[in-house]
Design a protein around this ligand. Structure first.
Ligand SMILES: [Mg+2]
Length: 252
């Protein structure tokens, strides 16, 4: 161990923990993407409105919020069927759109009408995706001390790569998608692939995500240190693990 001997000032910098005390002993951080790093729910709701407003010309803001909630929160069983291989990505999208439209009494026709709705939605949604304001400060802090990080997502790699890039998150170079190992979260294999790519140990790797079951409990079950990012003050419902309401709370 010859060579580098830090000065007192350098030692202080090197030893100052970047993460808050509950996350001591962590060497690396993995993040979920959708609604953790990027505000997908808002992007979806804006795109849904643009794709659907000709069908619901007199809908008010509260109506569009409800429309968005049906699509983003109340029909996720269709996304689960996509993850299980029972539906294509577009089929689950269309079923969720039909459910939201149906709630307001609109039946989307087959053929061109459905095709056009999907086309407008698919074209606009990525253009509305933004990183949450707490993401860059956390990545800056991790970069400042050289702590590695990456992302694990329940969508395919290339789609999520484009999403991170268009949200200005090109610096997240380590990305594991559902097609990387062939299974989605909460299967331990997808979490452990992230750990393997980081070159860390599972027990010293933090995993942060907005879904308390799939992300926080799933990562913890895989041997990582799962943290639930609860941005909207949801009820814990029996969850007793670590919880933050903003990514900033990860930092010392
Ligand atoms: Mg998520």
């Amino acid at each position: 161990m010859a060579g580098f001997v830090p000065s007192a000032a350098e030692s202080k910098t090197l030893l100052r923990p970047v993460l808050a005390p509950p996350f001591a002993g962590v060497d690396a951080v993995l993040f979920d993407i959708d609604d953790t790093l990027v505000d997908l729910a808002t992007a979806m709701t804006r795109a849904l409105r643009r794709a659907s407003e000709h069908l619901l010309p007199s809908m008010d803001t509260a109506g569009w919020e409800k429309f968005g909630r049906i699509f983003t929160h109340e029909t996720t069983h269709y996304y689960d069927r996509y993850l299980a291989g029972e539906l294509t990505f577009n089929e689950q999208r269309l079923l969720r759109g039909r459910a939201a439209l149906g709630h307001f009494g609109v039946e989307l026709g087959e053929g061109d009408e459905a095709h056009n709705w999907l086309d407008v939605y698919a074209r606009l949604q990525p253009t509305f995706v933004r990183a949450f304001e707490d993401v860059l400060p956390v990545l800056d802090a991790l970069d400042a001390v050289g702590m590695p990080y990456g992302a694990i997502s329940n969508n395919v790699h290339d789609y999520q790569r484009a999403k991170l890039d268009s949200a200005g998150l090109q610096r997240i170079t380590l990305l594991v998608g559902t097609d990387t190992v062939g299974v989605p979260k909460p299967d331990p294999a997808i979490f452990l692939e992230g750990v393997r790519l980081l070159g860390t140990q599972a027990g010293r790797t933090l995993y942060v995500g907005d879904n308390k079951v799939v992300d926080a409990v799933g990562a913890t079950t895989a041997g990582l240190r799962g943290v639930w990012l609860n941005r909207s003050a949801e009820a814990a419902d029996g969850y007793k693990g670590p919880e933050v309401s903003s990514l900033r709370q990860l930092l010392a």
